[in-house]
Write a protein that binds this ligand. Structure first.
Ligand code: G1P
Length: 274
């Protein structure tokens, strides 16, 4: 029912300079796999096989990663080294990959709007690959199930401490079921004094396609950028948006500390099993 997933990947990754000077931050490896591949695998697990990237200048390595590397593959064909390609080959066999560019950084809302042609008129997932999520059942798969029940936009949330709340979009609303909230309030990166709760949005969304028109009429907000959070608040006021306290763990790979934690976790818990 939902088959498409959008990956906004145009950001600069300044916090990882100089590593990200000529390489997309999404290609930084968490152990042996680029960060973005974890997100794509999560989308595929949820049945979202049409992957759309909203990319920008200097991000060609992402497109190359999801394509055949003919010379390399020819060289190692038939050797024991070929096994190291198995995860990306599986991803390529399951998914299709499309790309469009965001030419100016005008915010997450604008990035999503740039993906409109790739999505068309159907509900879709969004993954911010900086947030690496590990869970028994993938977070997007959990959200797709919920979508089938409620058929409205859904944001993933988790509780964060007061001193971190200013880094996130924050929601408040009525809890209609265990861990499911009907959103009434939503603020992008509030101060801890202004935050309506400690439920922070993490980078997983299911969006209904009317969001595109809503984004078009959403003026720039926090940091003078078009914020998806503001558009979702309009959607919530006119209809319904849910916030879902997902089951699982999230690593903030947009920060060096979170990236190191993710690396240690993957090395200790996932990598050895491959
Ligand atoms: C974006 C969203 C924010 C959300 C966060 C999750 O912010 O704008 O609402 O809480 O992702 O990672 P960013 O971290 O890209 O500035």
């Amino acid at each position: 029912m939902i088959s498409k997933c959008l990956f906004p990947v145009a950001g600069y990754g300044t916090r990882f300079l100089p590593a990200t000077k000529s390489m997309p931050k999404e290609m930084l490896p968490v152990v042996n796999k680029p960060l973005v591949q974890y997100g794509v695998e999560e989308a595929l697990e949820a049945g979202l096989t049409e992957i759309g990237f909203v990319t920008g200048r200097g991000k060609r390595a992402i497109a190359d990663h999801f394509d055949v590397s003919y010379e390399l593959e020819h060289q190692i064909a038939g050797s024991t080294k070929e096994q190291y390609l198995s995860s990306i080959r599986e991803v390529m066999a399951k998914g299709s990959f499309s790309f469009t560019r965001q030419s100016e950084m005008r915010g997450l809302g604008d990035a999503i709007l740039n993906g409109r042609r790739l999505i068309g008129d159907q509900p879709f997932g969004v993954v911010l690959s900086d947030d690496l999520c590990v869970a028994e059942e993938g977070v997007l798969a959990q959200m797709v199930k919920l979508y089938k029940q409620f058929r409205c936009s859904i944001v993933a949330v988790q509780e964060v401490p007061d001193d971190e709340i200013h880094k996130f979009g924050v929601i408040a609303g009525e809890q209609i079921k265990d861990g499911i909230f009907q959103v009434e309030q939503m603020v992008e990166k509030p101060s801890k004094e202004d935050a309506p709760s400690n439920l922070a949005i993490i980078g997983r969304y299911i969006l209904t396609p009317d969001i595109f028109d809503v984004i078009e009429s959403t003026p720039p907000g926090k940091n003078d950028e078009v914020q998806l959070t503001d558009a979702l608040l309009s959607q919530a006021r006119d209809g319904c948006v849910l916030a879902y306290k997902f089951k699982g763990r999230r690593f903030d790979c947009g920060s060096v500390a979170g990236f190191v934690n993710a690396t240690n976790y993957v090395y200790e818990n996932l990598y050895s099993q491959e």
